[in-house]
Design a protein around this ligand. Sequence first.
Ligand SMILES: [Zn+2]
Ligand SMILES: [Zn+2]
Length: 430
Amino acid sequence: MNLTRIINGRVIDPSQQIDRPDELWLKGDRILGVGPHPSLQATRTIDAAGKIVCPGLIDMHVHLREPGREEDETISTGTAAALAGGVTSVACMPNTEPAIDSQAAAEFVHLQAQRAGNANVFPVGAITKGREGKELAEMGGLVEGGAVAFTDDGSPVVSAEIMRRAMEYCLMFDKAVLSHSEDLELTRGAVMNEGFESMRLGLRGYPAAAEEIMVFREIALAELTGARVHILHVSTAGSVELVRSGKRRGVRVTGEACPHHFTLTDECLRGFDSNFKMSPPLRTRKDADAILEGLCDGTLDVLATDHAPHAPEKKMRELDQAPNGIIGLETFLPICVQALIETKRLTWPQMIEKMTINPARVLGIDRGTLQAGAPADVTVIDPDAEWTIDPKQFRSKSRNTPYAGWRVRGRAHLVLVAGVVKYDRDTSLP
Ligand SMILES: [Zn+2]
Ligand SMILES: [Zn+2]
């Protein structure tokens, strides 16, 4: 059995409130524990001096596009991008073609992930058949096939009655419902946030209310059913407040923030660049500040990217024709470091908690921890590495990032999945 010893690092594991210089031992594909083992002989020693050693990062909001849109991303390229970003586990959204709405579809994702041999992939099942919002998907079969949660992401579930029943099933399976909260009648033809900037540019806008109405509904339904609901990509100040007050009442609601929603605003659309177009859209400074506040006070539990690859020819269309979404896996860590650590809003353990154990708990997966016996998924971060984001060097198939050219600090140095080194910055230089 391989014994790996990672020494001289700052070990951070929020699941055990660990933040100290220490060593981490791995035995085969499992964590042996944090702390020295003088009686054991390591087969391999990794020097992590000056680095942070933490549980492998989890991104619970990723679009891998396979099956159906392999020109944008595949399970293989998306998980390679994940590793380069320090992410060892992704949850992939079911808005593929066909949708992940059956046991066979979930099993296909697992099979392709195994073939690729990169990061772990946890499929999220569709709530309704074909994500059409009409009939519940085979949720029991999806759970059998490995689905860890349910969503129609990309779209909301329009019918409150169907959402109620979905929550009742999810409660039975102890799975969370992940909500893309959007009232479609209020966002028809929308390109960007509705407000001063959209008026100035003469573009149709998404009012904040279109999101908040649905966030309110989801929380009310979670309260009614007792189910767990996770609000994906919270983008408005009002949504943050709804999640906050829901938590205060004891509703089982969690909230997610994506880096673009707290680092960019709707003013970025002035150049009509579709790399700033996504749903929900970039909002105002006031909304971004409210999201930062929600991350600080614990209202927003999870950091996730909503990695949404689109081939260049699609994103190059006119702003109103271009598809929504940006990629995020390979910029996740440094953009969060810049907005959260360098500004001293969060400490490293507080930020890592939202990228490891918190998403693991929402999904109910045994990841995001360095506890003895857990799978040996480990990310070694170089917090001081300075670099410039260059989309040409991405492992993702797509290039649709708003962060090209940004000077940033912090990146994955070494990434292990089940005890095997899957990414090594020193040997993976472009
Ligand atoms: Zn969404
Ligand atoms: Zn999404």
